[in-house]
Design a protein around this ligand. Structure first.
Ligand SMILES: Nc1ncnc2c1ncn2[C@@H]1O[C@H](COP(=O)(O)OP(=O)(O)OP(=O)(O)O)[C@@H](O)[C@H]1O
Length: 369
């Protein structure tokens, strides 16, 4: 960028950055203002929360939620929202990944002074994600993780009596979800995936103030503000189905930066035939009491699958051990027999030797006589 070019917003400072959403050239301070203002506008225009709301912000330690925490902290002071801000973290149990990102969460907890609640898969469901993968394989890891994480976030929110759960999904996530549901032909999910507030009646509503902020803007913001986040990708993310839509959107973004917002706006204007919508009636899960539209909630169904799988694995291990034991018995018997044969042969040899010696002695006696 040429040094003389001025910021397209303030027209006074030199432009040092390109704004991903429209490729305009802006200065650093205007860039911060634009990103923060997008979040503020989303909160105010969509009435995401009001004074007195207790907000459970999903803190993963990654760049999106860390930036979200920072911006909510700044805006809550600047506009006096009066929101009670908390961090809720879910420890899925991914060795070498989540433990490190939780360290980043703890450092941020100290920095911003918000209370932190951590809920772990192992404590809540009895299985860590690493164990789930070893029991059920890699194929549906993100789906399984999503089912447990959703419920774990509800449990964390309940612990602090939160009235809303705040998540760091950004504009690119929305566009990917739209594309994914279009590919799957899942119209009711397509529409549900476009809303900035999701309130299923199952626990507190989920709100997503980053809906109109580009992924690249969050990366730049976090970098320029030197935010402390964990930048390693989840080791199971390679199994996520959204990989292809993501690659496609990234390619599209290079030639048409407006396409991400384009997908979001198109989806917002879609009308779904109400008759085709499945009516979901909230009931209590017969096992855990969580609200669900089925007899059993998805987390309990998954837990049952894990228990079955675990029992099968235990039976197989026991069978293998029995086989090993049988093998050991056989080997022992063979050893005993060999030992017996050896001893018998030894005894036979000794007997023959004794016999020979006695005969020799007799012969000598005979000769003497
Ligand atoms: N382990 C977790 N604990 C608490 N909240 C989480 C956790 N994982 C995800 N979230 C919440 O869900 C949002 C979307 O998560 P997702 O994993 O889809 O995206 P992400 O781009 O990896 O997010 P991030 O950069 O914040 O980790 C996060 O921004 C965060 O608010």
């Amino acid at each position: 960028m040429s040094k003389k070019m001025l910021c397209s917003k303030c027209k006074t400072e030199p432009a040092t950055l390109i704004l991903p959403r429209d490729q305009s050239k802006v200065c650093k301070e205007c860039f911060f203002y634009i990103v923060e203002d997008s979040v503020h506008r989303a909160i105010v225009d969509h009435k995401l929360f009001t004074k007195g709301d207790i907000l459970a912000v999903g803190a993963s330690g990654g760049k999106d939620s860390t930036t979200l925490i920072h911006i909510l902290h700044v805006l809550n002071e600047k506009y006096d929202y009066g929101a009670d801000l908390h961090m809720v973290s879910i420890d899925e149990g991914i060795k070498g990944y989540r433990d490190e990102s939780l360290d980043a969460v703890r450092r941020n907890q100290k920095k911003y002074g918000w209370p932190l609640t951590i809920v772990s898969f192992k404590d809540l469901f009895g299985y860590s994600l690493d164990t789930i993968v070893s029991l059920l394989g890699h194929r549906k890891t993100c789906t399984h993780c999503g089912i447990f994480r959703r419920q774990a976030l509800d449990v964390g929110a309940k612990k602090i009596s939160a009235t809303k759960i705040v998540l760091g999904h950004n504009a690119n996530d929305y566009a990917e979800t739209t594309l994914l549901n279009l590919i799957r032909g899942d119209l009711s999910r397509l529409k549900r995936g476009s809303t900035i507030i999701t309130d299923s009646g199952y626990g507190p509503a989920r709100i997503k103030p980053f809906k109109y902020v580009y992924q690249e803007e969050i990366v730049k913001y976090a970098f320029l503000k030197k935010l402390d986040y964990h930048s390693v990708e989840c080791p199971y993310a390679i199994n996520a189905q959204r990989g292809l839509p993501r690659v496609y959107l990234n390619q599209l973004d290079r030639v048409a930066s407006w396409s991400v917002l384009g997908f979001i706006k198109s989806n917002e204007q879609l009308q779904i035939n109400e008759k085709k919508k499945k009516k979901l009636i909230a009931k209590k899960c017969i096992k855990c009491g969580f609200l669900t539209s089925q007899k059993l909630c998805q987390a309990c169904v998954l837990r049952q699958t894990l228990e079955d799988s675990f029992s099968k694995l235990k039976i197989k291990i026991e069978e293998d051990e029995d086989e090993d034991e049988d093998e050991n018995e056989e080997q022992k018997e063979k050893k005993e027999e060999n030992k017996k044969n050896k001893n018998e042969k030894k005894e036979e040899k000794q007997k023959n030797k004794n016999k020979e010696e006695t005969e020799k002695e007799l012969e000598i006696e005979k000769e003497k006589n």
